[in-house]
Each structure stands twice: as C-alpha cells, then as structure tokens.
Design a protein. Structure first.
Length: 685
C-alpha cells in the first residue's frame, strides 16, 4: 500500500521511536533499580503465571466500580488485541496484501467489534471523569498533601492519553473504512464497512488518500506517543502485571529491616526519608499506580475527613520521579524529602494499617508500606512521633506491655475463675497454648473475653495452658508505629520462649487478639518462629464441629451483626469461621453494607489505639459504629479486644438502653454453653 518514500519514512520513524521510547523506559527501569534490594523472584514461573492470569481476567479491577471497570475492560482487551492488529496493519502497509477471507475473517471480526468497544469505553470513561461524580473521585481535600504538579498534570495526562486512544483507534477504524470503500464491503468488518458506505460519494483517488492518511494516523500516533508513554499513567499497562506477579504472598505484610541485631547495629539509616531509601518494589508501586483513587475511597482516615490519602502519596512520588528522572536514574540524589512533596506528619500518623488500600488496589500496590517506612524513619532516626506513643513504647520495653503494668499482673485476668488456669511450666504436655495477649491481660473489659474463652476451653475438655508471666507483647503496635528495633527485641524474646515451649511438646497457639494472631503466625517466621496459630473463632468452630461444645441458642433478641477485624479478615482471610460460630449458637446474622474484605476499620490499628486520633470530620469508630447500629441488630459481635474498646467508646455516648450490646464471639458462645448446662438433657433431645 505504501509508496517507497513512505516505506523509508516509516522505517526511520520506527527507529526514532525505538530510540527515544527505549531511552524513556530505560530511565524508568534505572529509577526503580535505585531502590534497595528485596527478594521477589522466588518461584518465578508461578509468579509469572499468576500475574498473567490476574491481569488478563481483570479480577483485581472488578473488585470495585463494576460499570467503570466494564468500560475499562473494553479499552484493555481492545488494546491487548490491538498489539496483533497493529502488526497486521504494518504488514498491509509494507506489502501488497489485504488480509481478508479464510482465517482472517475471525481476526477481522474480533478487531472490528473491539474497535467499537474501545471507542465506547474511552468515551464513557472520559464523560465519567469530567462529570461531577468523576471530579469528586479524582480530587483531594484542601489539607491533603499532594505534589504541586500533580493536579494539573493528572488532568493534562488524562487528556493526552484519552486523545491518543481516541485518535489511534478512530484512525484505524477510518483506515479500514476507506479500505472497505476501496476494496468493497467486508461482512466480517461490519462497523468499518458501515462507515465505508458513507464514503461512497468520494472518488477513487480521494479514497486512496484517506486510506493512506488514516493508516499513518493509526500507526504514526503510536510512534509519537511511545516516548511520552513512560511519563504517563499508561505505563501501568506494562508495569502493573509485573507488580502483580512480584507481589508478596501476603500483600501488605511487613518484612524485617535486618536479619538480626548484629546487622541492625551496623545500619546507618532506618526507614525512608527520600525516594532512594525505598526498596525497589515501593518505587515500582509509584510507576504502577493507575491514579484511580480506589485506595483513597476505602481509606478510613480519608473517609472520616483526615488529611491522609494513600493515593496522593503514590501519585506525588510518581510526579517527583518524573520531574527528576534523568538525574535520579543516573544515580543522583533526590533533592527533597518525602515530607516536602508526598505527605506530611499529620497524614503519616493517621494510617490505621487496615490494609484496605492494599486489598482494593487493582495493580498490586502496597500503599500502607510507604507510610510505615516513613514512620520508621521518624521514630528510629528522628525520634519524632506522637507523644502518647512514648508511654506505650516505654511500657513494652520495660514491662512487656503497652499499658506499662508490671508483669506480675499478667495473670490477673484469671482471678475468680472456678478452675485453675495452669501455665506451661505446670502443664508442659498441653495440646493448646492460649496466647492471652496484653489487652485481655490488663484491660478490664478485655479480661472478660479472656475469662470467657478460658471457660470454653475448660468446658471442651481440651488440655491447655498459658505462658503466664513469660508472655510479653508481640510488638504489633511498636512495629506498626515504626519502632522496628523494639519490635525485633520483643519478637526475639517471644520466639525464644515459644520455641522452648514447643520443644517440650508442639502446641497449637490460640489467641483472642487478631493482632497477636497475625504477628505470631506471619511475622515471627522471620525470627525463627514457625507455629500453628489460630484465632479463637476458628478454634471454637472446630470444637463445635467436633461436638466438644454444644451451645444452645440464647433467649431474647437473637439478632446480631458482626464486625470483621482488619487483622483477622483482610490481613489473613478469616471471614467464614466467626460467622459459622454465630450461626451455631442460634444467632440471626445481619451484615452491614461493608463487611468481609470490604469491612471498615474500627480505628484502633496501626498503633492508633495508643494515641490521639488526627483531626477530621469524625472518629473512624463513629463512622463504623453508625453503620453497625443501622443494621438494627441487638448485639454487635466482635473478635478483637481493640474493636471491642472502640465500639464501647461509641455505645457509651448513647442514651441508656438505646445502644446495642457489644460482645466478643467467645462471650456469646459461653452464654449458649451455660444455657445448655442449665437445660435438662431430655429438653434438648
């Protein structure tokens, strides 16, 4: 189709595109490599397969916004197919062939339909972005820190990308339409043929001109766009599958900054102050970000009027990287700290580490870890953190608990029980080790949960024990607050204790605290602690299934709503067992709108429980409690002592008799057990 001069021009244009586009992508590659090492290349074949599967099925995209996701799917699948169509267009341009008939009928029909769907999708997305709902989605609060070039840059980038897609796909459609007018209609290209019929008033020379013009429009627009590609959000098309493939087994899980204290003592820098301090996956996050603000939508801090936006952090990092890219990729130091352009102190300390941003992200980013990295630098390098955390840190360091109460009071929760609670030193042959945790050990309300679960273990006939005064805080709050040194200290001591206990006889560790559960099960592995750990809701479900517990339904209003703890649900995927237990005791479950993976945080995680909440429109717990109360349930069931406390803060502000009761799952089960003991056996037959 092309003339000889056109063919020469095309080859030269391709060479120029390859050079300038290649250099642009190479700079991004070098910039990501500036990050510190982190091993994400184990089991690589499986990782690649997972990345391709999740990308091609778009499972991560369809988690939210189904209509918008469908429009995005039109564009995505169309562009994947266009990789083939563009090659075929080059073949038709360079060689005297028209790929029609036989095998090509299926290829052409698919391409024709996808062309129409791409245009439908991009127009729909453009309308959505530029109407009121879209403008709200792609905006930030006035007090939310955002890179100075981001707001205008995002609008400009969106316009360029949408214009490119529209022009590129539209040009190919018109090229095929002119070809249909020239060669005759093709029933396997119905859209192009229909448009081609409209060109019937043109003469042959005009048709040939349009055929050439739009061929160049379709392929020339690619060559013009490719050098810009690496700077645009469109780069996520290539980097998101890589990010998804190389993500951790448990996204959002924390990794130690050193393998032991000897290595820690040699380190000169802790945490992240500048871009180059991040590990390379964090820099890949910034480039993979699609700027969809889904993470902002689900962030409990942002939802309650705080300054924090996880989306704004990654977007700001991307715009800073683009601004300094040539020098940074070449090894130069970034000119300013993250707190000057990506976030601020108020935002950093508002995060509850609920993992909602990580779970919802369609491209596998771990926004939460950016925040924790910055916290580590503030705490361990600068000694700057909310004053209230100082007491919790001192308590964990001196007395092994953030309440800063003496270890001699560790067993106070067991006082008054009608049976002896034995320690592992008294009962080394125990099958179950009940890890009580700090809240159930020292907090008066959480102690009731500990006593309820102890009674359940006693009634089931399980051979169990506790660590007693040997138990110390797992260090969860210290780690989430950025005090990695204190966490390592507590983790090392606890692993040493647990390994000694397990050496005598392996035991299943059961805990009523999801934070203890998460830390012992997932994070102690890095310190030599490999254990079987269960949340008490999981263990109670097993006991009921084994008929070792046979609770009866409670009297009175049996309606209940369940609040998923973040560290049990999103962080560890335990959703069904707590609900099964509630149903086993005859309760009628009423789910709030946000539940399961979409549950809303209580506001206590990320060490928030130990400090004042950042200013906003309302407390995180207020937002969550309002939703739970709206179910109309008589009882709010929880599976976490911190969720319990946050909900009780809200119920305490209600007029007497107007608030639902807040009970742990174990307390509800115990009520059923007590009823079964009080009911004559023949009445239950």
């Amino acid at each position: 189709m092309l003339s000889v001069p056109e063919k020469i021009l095309f080859v030269l244009a391709v060479a120029a595109t390859a050079y300038f586009g290649g250099m642009a992508f190479y700079r991004v590659y070098r910039a990501v490599l500036r990050g510190k090492p982190e091993n994400r290349f184990d089991n690589l074949p499986a990782r690649i397969g997972r990345g391709l599967w999740l990308t091609l099925t778009m499972q991560t995209v369809f988690k939210k916004r189904p209509l918008v996701s469908l429009l995005h799917a039109f564009v995505f699948y169309g562009f994947v197919y266009y990789l083939l169509l563009n090659v075929l267009d080059v073949v038709e341009g360079l060689f005297p062939v028209v790929l029609r008939g036989g095998f090509w009928n299926g290829v052409n029909l698919t391409g024709d339909v996808l062309t129409a769907l791409i245009l439908l999708g991009i127009i729909g997305l453009w309308i959505r972005r530029n109407t009121a709902p879209g403008r709200r989605t792609f905006s930030w609060r006035e007090k939310t820190p955002i890179h100075e070039k981001a707001p205008g840059g995002i609008r400009r980038d969106s316009l360029i990308v949408s214009a490119f897609i529209t022009f590129h796909v539209g040009s190919r459609l018109l090229h095929k339409s002119a070809q249909a007018a020239d060669e005759g209609p093709d029933p396997f290209q119905p859209v192009a043929s229909a448009v081609g019929n409209l060109l019937g008033y043109l003469d042959g020379r005009e048709i040939v001109f349009l055929e050439h013009f739009f061929w160049w429009g379709a392929l020339g627009s690619i060559m013009l766009f490719v050098p810009y590609f690496a700077r645009s959000k469109h780069i996520h098309l290539f980097l998101a599958p890589i990010n998804i493939a190389l993500k951790k087994e448990k996204p959002g899980a924390l990794l130690p900054i050193a393998k032991d204290f000897e290595e820690l003592e040699k380190m000169e820098k802790f945490g992240v102050a500048k871009l180059e301090d991040f590990t390379w996956p964090r820099l890949l996050d910034a480039y993979s970000c699609i700027q969809c603000n889904r993470c902002q939508d689900v962030c409990p801090a942002y939802a309650t009027g705080k300054a924090l936006s996880p989306a704004a952090i990654l977007i700001s990092e991307r715009y800073e990287l683009n601004q300094i890219l040539p020098a940074f990729a070449a090894g130069g130091e970034s000119p300013r700290p993250l707190l000057d352009f990506a976030t601020n102190e108020e935002s950093v300390w508002a995060c509850t580490t609920c993992n909602a941003c990580v779970e919802v992200c369609p491209v596998g980013n771990e926004q939460m870890l950016h925040i924790i990295d910055i916290r580590r630098e503030r705490v361990m390098m600068q000694g700057e953190f909310p004053a209230q955390l100082g007491q919790a840190f001192r308590g964990m360091e001196r007395n092994g608990n953030p309440w800063n109460i003496g270890q001699d009071k560790r067993m106070a929760w067991a006082e008054g029980l009608p049976f002896e609670v034995r320690t592992v030193s008294q009962n080394p042959e125990a099958d179950v080790l009940y890890w009580v945790g700090c809240a159930p050990s020292y907090d008066p309300r959480a102690q009731k949960t500990a006593r309820a679960f102890a009674e359940i273990l006693h009634e089931s006939g399980v051979n169990w024990a506790v660590l007693g005064k040997q138990e110390k805080c797992t260090g969860d709050a210290a780690r989430r607050a950025g005090n990695e040194f204190l966490f390592m200290q507590l983790a090392t001591e606890n692993v040493e204790t647990l390994n000694a206990v397990m050496e005598a006889k392996p035991k299943t560790i059961v805990t009523t605290c999801p934070h203890c559960f998460h830390t012992i099960a997932n994070e102690y592995k890095d310190f030599g602690g490999h254990y079987t750990v269960k949340h008490h809701s999981e263990y109670i479900a097993e006991l009921i299934d084994a008929k070792r517990l046979q609770p009866l339904p409670m009297d009175g209003d049996s309606s209940v709503t369940y609040h998923d703890p973040c560290y049990l649900g999103r962080h560890n995927g335990v959703f069904d067992e707590p609900r099964e237990v509630l149903k086993d005791v005859g309760l009628k479950l009423s789910e709030p709108p946000r539940h399961g993976k979409n549950s809303f945080c209580c506001g206590a995680g990320g060490a928030q429980f130990w400090k004042e909440e950042e200013p906003g429109a309302e407390r995180v717990s207020t937002n969550r409690y309002r939703e739970l109360k709206a179910t109309g349930a008589a009882t709010i069931a929880v599976g976490c002592p911190f969720c319990m406390q946050m909900m009780n803060v809200e119920t305490a502000q209600e007029p007497e008799g107007q608030a639902p009761q807040v009970l742990d799952i174990s307390e509800l089960v115990l009520q059923g057990i007590r009823k079964s003991k009080e009911t004559p056996a023949e009445a239950t037959d």
